[in-house]
Design a protein around this ligand. Structure first.
Ligand code: AHG
Ligand code: MN
Ligand code: MN
Length: 298
């Protein structure tokens, strides 16, 4: 089944329009990665040096999203203020996730959260989320609160189009892989203790430096991804609105659980558009075990 047919049958009209525009724009972003891998003389609101592809993807997606008329605002990791639109949905995006990986041709991604409240707001106001992976395949994984579904880009005549490849995806029972970001020497003692326990259980390390790429593996293999609290960044590195809340919404729909260390990521109220929080996301049992270890009861 083609994406637009699936959307017509399963998505609210405004979310369908937003998703379809994102899907088309993601193919343009992918085509431009080789040409736009240079570094710019600019930094984003989080103080991170911007790559040409960060800005290109931001502009491409913002224009596509606003052209639907379904978005009331578009906020982005790459912009200090939200752009205003005529619709009702608050779209928050990480237009290119893992951009430090562009030169190494590691997996890259894009993340979108669809909120029904003014931004910033907690993940409890999400009505949909989408992530794109740019890797061996270009895939689009989405939820509107009724299960997680996946599409892959395939040749469709002279162009590429998205076709359904997975329905109602769920994390497997047995957790197999883990990936933890930041420098090990900066992890807090309780993070290090928990990660050591994963190794003692024989879990396999899988870390590619892109949240979307690392989470995508956890969804397929079971386990946990984390960008944890560190002594250098006690509130972690990943942004609630653009990265961790949308992925937590998808993960929960796939039967998992995502924590900030002391409770659900979806309950974190970001005090700014680029507010960060530690993230521990994946198999519910493992993440709940981490919470009990952190609270001293485990
Ligand atoms: P972005 O490129 O959107 O800033 O995201 C990069 C993030 C995330 O994708 C990844 O998990 C993390 O940065 C990796 O950070 P380290 O390089 O510090 O491990
Ligand atoms: Mn990112
Ligand atoms: Mn980014």
């Amino acid at each position: 089944m083609k994406l637009d047919e699936f959307l017509r049958l399963n998505a609210p009209e405004d979310l369908a329009a937003l998703t379809s525009s994102i899907a088309t724009a993601s193919l343009t972003v992918w085509e431009n990665i080789p040409r736009k891998s240079g570094v710019l003389e600019a930094v984003n609101p989080s103080g991170e040096v911007q790559k040409a592809i960060d800005v290109f993807s931001n502009d491409e997606f913002a224009e596509a999203i606003l052209s639907t008329g379904a978005a009331g605002e578009v906020a982005s990791e790459e912009m200090s203020d939200a752009m205003k639109g005529k619709g009702k949905i608050g779209v928050a995006m990480d237009p290119l996730d893992g951009s430090s990986n562009v030169e190494t041709n590691n997996p890259l991604g894009s993340i979108f959260g669809f909120y029904n409240k003014p931004l910033p707001c907690s993940g409890r106001s999400l009505v949909g989320a989408v992530y794109v992976t740019y890797g061996n395949m270009i895939t689009l994984t989405l939820t509107y609160g009724k299960g997680v579904h996946r599409f892959a880009a395939v040749k469709d005549g002279p162009t590429l189009g998205f076709e359904l490849t997975g329905i109602d995806l769920k994390l497997p029972e047995k957790p197999e892989v883990y990936g933890v970001g930041g420098a090990k020497k900066d992890w807090t003692p309780r993070v290090r203790r928990f990660v050591d326990s994963l190794e003692e259980r024989g879990m396999r390390i899988r870390y590619c430096g892109t949240f979307v790429g690392d989470y995508n593996q956890v969804l397929a293999r079971g386990g946990i991804f984390s960008y944890p609290e560190t002594t250098v960044k006690p509130r972690g590195k990943l942004r609630v609105l653009f990265e961790t809340a949308p992925m937590a919404f998808i993960n929960e729909q796939a039967g998992g659980y995502a924590s900030s260390g002391g409770g659900s990521i979806l309950d974190v109220e970001p005090d700014s558009l680029s507010a960060t929080s530690p993230v521990y996301i994946g198999s519910a049992g493992l993440v709940r075990e981490l919470e009990s270890v952190f609270s001293g009861t485990g």
